[in-house]
Design a protein around this ligand. Structure first.
Ligand SMILES: Cc1cc2nc3c(=O)[nH]c(=O)nc-3n(C[C@H](O)[C@H](O)[C@H](O)COP(=O)(O)OP(=O)(O)OC[C@H]3O[C@@H](n4cnc5c(N)ncnc54)[C@H](O)[C@@H]3O)c2cc1C
Ligand code: SF4
Length: 609
């Protein structure tokens, strides 16, 4: 039995008080985890195992259950060992709650709010056979997410020959329907979802590696960027996007995705809790605009929707582009851009294990804000802003234990919002309830409270950051980022308001996103706790990396121009979250989609000219 299994078993004995499915982890789960993920986990398990030796003269796995518990309880929650235990806890809960016999113990049933009716909507698409690959295309697009899918669609609509290479695979219909969300998370995220920023505090930063990009596994909340974002882009980095063109682009995307507010019958009980609290407190609130298809309120949007309830890139732009001749290759990892002088002329790509060089008149990178700068650097592109100015929109989950049964998973996953803090603090509250074993349920609350799952309600706090990080190449980290003190204060404001909402809606206890806390029963207690807490105490996650190859008025301020073309190079473009000039303030997908349309028009102009 390997070290990870030994430590996870010991951890579960100390924290879970139930039999942990070690064989299941060894025989199945372990093999889904990437080599690199396994290396990271082994290192974490070794460090945790040896850490108690100076005090107890025993490794963690050799200690008694009580001693293990005492040791964990006495650990400094701001230290590295505590963070490593959190990572291992994620895996422990994930493997425990995959088993139906375990998740049923807490009353979770994976049942949608509305029963499926009529014919099942097809929710996966077929991709191109590798034999279709040509030596040359008009345009090569790297990445099939929010930016790449829309741009490729626009180009094929206008008669260009396009090859799109996507590192991830296409989710199969039966997997979406039958696999537990935990397994889908492990399969459809880079590094099985174990990606983090390195800094104070360590922040979980998951990104998709799947056909359709992160959109396939996102929560589906679609806001337009507020006007202040565009003013900031103009004032800070000299980027003026004509508002009428941006509005037109938003309209095209919203139309294709069928964006509309979540209807009453899908808001679900977690959204209802937020609405009740917001009304009680007189806050600005509403039901979330989303790309609504055949949504049944299953609450699993962030793991690939099993019902076509969230119209993602696959079910809209990519499907249509395929019909019009797009060559779409999955399991195809681009590792270098090829140049003739300073002109991009193709890519080197590993297609399902076979290395190929493919030529094109133009190359567009849409590999996401973490991969695009790495790929540009690896290809020799130089710009001092490359990889820098990373904004992530730090987020935190606040969990309430209500005095009534909620069944929070039934309903659209992010169905309701409170935007009271948006103007002043750039902070948005969203009613988000994840399945057990992932997200807030795997750590913000102590293990014994997971047993009250049916009574939980939760709110996500998400904040547009002024602080910046940087994408690096180091092993064990994908980006460096430390929370800015002002940003931390904004998160605290969001946590306070979320807690007030939960209390106003009937919470008997609220768990703020702080390591090692026993929950609070009043706002007074919460305020004391937050006043004392330093940045390392916070359990943060983030989902919106952006601005790492930002647009700028010239090559001294940015990496690409307003049309997405890389300064100092020819026929090389970027069309993903990297190009956001500063921050989208709200959830970025819709803005990335819209900018990609505008960049596609510029690519056509450049090639046409
Ligand atoms: C859990 C979660 C919830 C979210 N919820 C929301 C939400 O509700 N609303 C919202 O607006 N945003 C949300 N987001 C963020 C949103 O999905 C992303 O901002 C958006 O998808 C980014 O678009 P992109 O085109 O930059 O990159 P992505 O959509 O990430 O696409 C990049 C693609 O490129 C591929 N790729 C990377 N490197 C290579 C390579 N070298 N070769 C080939 N392919 C490569 C990747 O596999 C990936 O599929 C969420 C994100 C997460 C993780
Ligand atoms: S809530 Fe999400 S996962 Fe469930 S049906 Fe609707 S879109 Fe799909």
């Amino acid at each position: 039995v390997d070290i990870v299994t030994r430590v996870l078993r010991a951890l579960s004995e100390a924290e879970l008080g139930d039999t942990w499915p070690a064989e299941f982890y060894e025989d199945e789960l372990k093999h889904i985890i990437s080599d690199r993920g396994r290396k990271i986990l082994k290192l974490a398990a070794r460090m945790v195992n040896y850490a108690p030796i100076p005090r107890y003269l025993r490794t963690f796995s050799m200690m008694s259950r009580d001693k293990r518990w005492n040791w964990i309880s006495g650990l400094n929650s701001e230290g590295m060992i505590y963070d490593l235990i959190n990572v291992l806890e994620f895996l422990m809960f994930a493997s425990y709650f995959v088993k139906p016999e375990n998740y049923r113990k807490i009353g979770y049933d994976r049942a949608p709010l509305k029963p499926p009716r009529g014919e099942k909507v097809v929710c996966s698409i077929s991709t191109s056979d590798y034999s279709m690959l040509r030596d040359r295309y008009d345009v090569i697009v790297v990445g099939s997410g929010a930016g790449g899918a829309v741009l490729a669609w626009r180009l094929v609509e206008n008669g260009f020959s396009v090859a799109l290479f996507e590192a991830g695979s296409s989710p199969r219909e039966e997997d979406l329907l039958n696999m537990h969300p935990v397994i889908r998370a492990l399969r459809y995220y880079w590094e099985n979802g174990l990606t983090f920023t390195w800094g104070t505090p360590v922040i979980s930063l998951p990104i998709g590696r799947v056909l359709g990009g992160t959109v396939t596994v996102n929560s589906g909340t679609l806001f337009r960027a507020p006007k202040e974002a565009c003013s900031e882009w103009r004032d800070e980095v000299g980027i003026s996007i004509p508002m009428d063109r941006l509005e037109d682009a938003y309209k095209v995307v919203e139309g294709k995705l069928g964006v509309r507010p979540v209807p009453e019958d899908l808001i679900g009980s977690n959204g209802e809790v937020m609405r009740r609290g917001a009304m009680e407190l007189g806050l600005s609130h509403g039901s979330t605009p989303r790309p609504l298809g055949n949504c049944l309120g299953m609450g699993e949007c962030a793991f690939g929707c099993p019902f076509g309830g969230k119209i993602d890139m696959r079910l809209s732009f990519l499907r249509e582009a395929m019909d019009k001749g797009l060559h779409l290759f999955t399991k195809s990892y681009v590792d270098k851009i090829l140049f003739r002088g300073r002109r991009a002329v193709g890519v080197s790509v590993d297609i399902n294990g076979v290395r190929r060089r493919v030529s094109a008149h133009a190359v567009v990178l849409a590999a996401g804000a973490l991969s695009t700068p790495k790929l540009l650097r690896a290809s020799g592109v130089k710009n001092r802003h490359l990889g820098r100015h990373l904004h992530i929109h730090p987020a935190a989950g606040v969990t309430g234990i209500m005095d009534y049964e909620v069944l929070g998973w039934r309903g659209t996953m992010q169905s309701y919002y409170v935007d009271e803090l948006l103007d002043e603090y750039r902070t948005l509250l969203l009613a988000t309830f994840p399945p057990p074993g992932v997200g807030y349920s795997a750590g913000s609350i102590p293990p014994n409270e997971v047993m009250r799952y049916r009574y939980l309600a939760s709110i996500g706090v998400q904040m547009s950051d002024t602080g910046e990080g940087e994408v690096k190449e180091k092993f064990n980290s994908i980006a460096s980022y430390s929370i800015d003190p002002e940003d931390l204060e904004k998160i605290k404001v969001g946590i306070r308001l979320s807690s007030e909402i939960l209390f106003a809606a009937g919470a008997v206890k609220v768990y703020p996103p702080l390591k090692k806390n026993m929950g609070v029963s009043s706002m007074g207690e919460l305020n004391r706790l937050l006043d004392e807490a330093g940045p390392r105490r916070f359990k943060l996650s983030a989902y919106h990396p952006q601005a790492t190859a930002r647009m700028g008025g010239d090559g001294e301020i940015g990496v690409v121009d307003v049309g997405g073309e890389v300064y100092g190079y020819e026929n090389l473009f970027v069309a993903d979250a990297s190009v956001i000039p500063t921050s989208t303030i709200v959830n970025p997908q819709l803005t990335i989609n819209a900018l990609a349309l505008l960049i596609a028009d510029n690519v056509m102009d450049v090639l046409g000219g």
